[in-house]
Design a protein around this ligand. Structure first.
Ligand SMILES: [Fe+2]
Length: 263
């Protein structure tokens, strides 16, 4: 499995505070059978437009990345580690030309909106970025407090070239009942492309418990596509394959038993 949304770089954001917490984060990922990680520290899109400040922050990120890489090489040699960023769209058109702000240097870029609120004209901003050759990956849409219940906006984003990443923890209620309902609702509509942890290097990582929840609902095929097939394609700079909508109740005992009677 691959995880491309997490906060492991030490001392750069609200994730790992130091190298010990980064080690805890990597250990947790190893325990959850994550083999490849793209780590994504927070970055404000508006900062990219202020070159001196941006260069200074990139130096900080470069140093944190070097120490994380050294740790992984020494203590987690079986894991593949790449870097990216979680870019906050606090301006509509950030310059994404520096490979360090994109996921593993591909054309995919992980994006979030400020203040846990979807701004007006979000679709226009996404279309603009896609027109410039980038593939916007919208992080955790299920967590925004103003996400419309009919999911039309998420479909508009996808029609405009975006891909959708839902947090593993959302499927098991880490962010409350509302986010959980939306996460499953998006999956039932086939609107999810990737699953990632958004793990902040402390506390419990939700990946394994989320996988169990998918298995209970008979969603093993979707789980594989979201955690392995599509993230592997992303690393090759290829768009995700469509993930089959989850049929409501497909994991129930009777639905699983029914085909045996019909043989
Ligand atoms: Fe994040």
């Amino acid at each position: 499995m691959l995880d491309f949304h997490n906060h492991l770089m030490p001392g750069v954001d609200d994730g790992a505070g130091d190298i010990d917490e980064a080690r805890t984060g990597l250990s947790e990922f190893r325990a959850q059978r994550i083999e490849c990680i793209i780590t994504t520290p927070h970055l404000r899109g508006s900062m990219i437009d202020r070159p001196r400040e941006f260069e200074g922050f990139l130096d900080v990120l470069d140093n944190a990345w070097e120490s994380l890489k050294a740790l992984a090489t020494a203590e987690f040699p079986e894991m593949r580690l790449e870097r990216g960023a979680e870019v906050m769209l606090d301006v509509p058109r950030p310059d994404l030309s520096d490979a360090r702000v994109r996921l593993a240097g591909t054309s995919f870029v992980l994006l979030e909106f400020p203040f846990m609120s979807i701004p007006p004209h979000s679709t226009l901003a996404i279309r603009d970025l896609a027109r410039n050759g980038w593939v916007p990956v919208i992080a955790h849409p299920e967590r925004y407090r103003n996400i419309p219940v009919n999911y039309d906006l998420v479909e508009d984003w996808r029609d405009s070239g975006a891909c959708i990443q839902v947090n593993s923890g959302s499927f098991i209620g880490y962010y409350g009942a509302g986010a959980k309902a939306i996460a499953w609702g998006l999956l039932e509509r086939g609107c999810v492309d990737y699953l990632s942890s958004d793990y902040h290097s402390r506390g419990k990582c939700a990946v394994r418990d989320c996988a169990k929840a998918f298995e209970r609902r008979g969603a093993e095929a979707q789980l594989r596509a979201l955690t392995t097939t599509n993230p592997e394609r992303l690393l090759r700079d290829e768009r995700p394959v469509p993930v089959q909508p989850l049929i409501e109740g497909s994991g129930s005992f009777w639905r699983r038993l029914l085909p045996r009677f019909l043989r």
